[in-house]
Design a protein around this ligand. Sequence first.
Ligand code: URA
Length: 241
Amino acid sequence: MRLDKFLVSTGKISRSDAGRAARGGKITVNGIVEKHADRHIDPDTDIITLHGERIVYRRYTYILLNKPAGYVSATEDGREATVLTLLPEELQRIGLFPCGRLDKYTLGLMLPTNDGDLSHRLLSPRHHVEKRYAYTCKLPLLPEYIEMLEVGVELEDGYLTKPARMIAEPQSTSGIIVLTEGKYHQIKWMFEAVGNKILSLERVTFGPLTLDPTLDRGEWRYLTDEEVAALQSGVKGVDEP
Ligand code: URA
């Protein structure tokens, strides 16, 4: 892989700045200054530094973000701030996109990544990846409505939802709803379908991932290798159509 391509893929630098940094003697390969940004390196074995900082190669990047209210789940939006703007600039240059959408006022666990294949698998209904949402709603949920949500309800557009799991006391106005699918505004419309209204929503788990309590709203961290492996092992072995 070319040295400049490697550096650009980490989000640390643009291609033209990589050339400039190399000519200025700011890059080393295995301890030796490298002035040619087009030189080939092995990202798995060569040790690269930029401005004295060791640059670790990540084929793909996986991020756990605690989404605050007011951000849209898109890569670009002409009018609204996207969740990607919560990340440092260097991470906004490496093709990240949110794996699955949350509404503008929904909070909690988001997974920006640039691994399209894993994202596709995690979102595919075939893999039944569970997502848990903590909700509050306007009216106490009667037992028959809890049951309806568990069996499946018809949304405004005629879509029949798959069975959801409800962790909710009868007559309460808060609880957890567990889904394995994610239609646009799904929970909002499911509650409308039983004559209720969602007041707040927070995603607290996504497959094996749990919202990290050490992250404040708007904060993020890289997934650990164990978390990435757990995501991958949960969605392997089922053929795509
Ligand atoms: N369902 C919704 O209605 N909104 C979300 O953000 C996620 C699921």
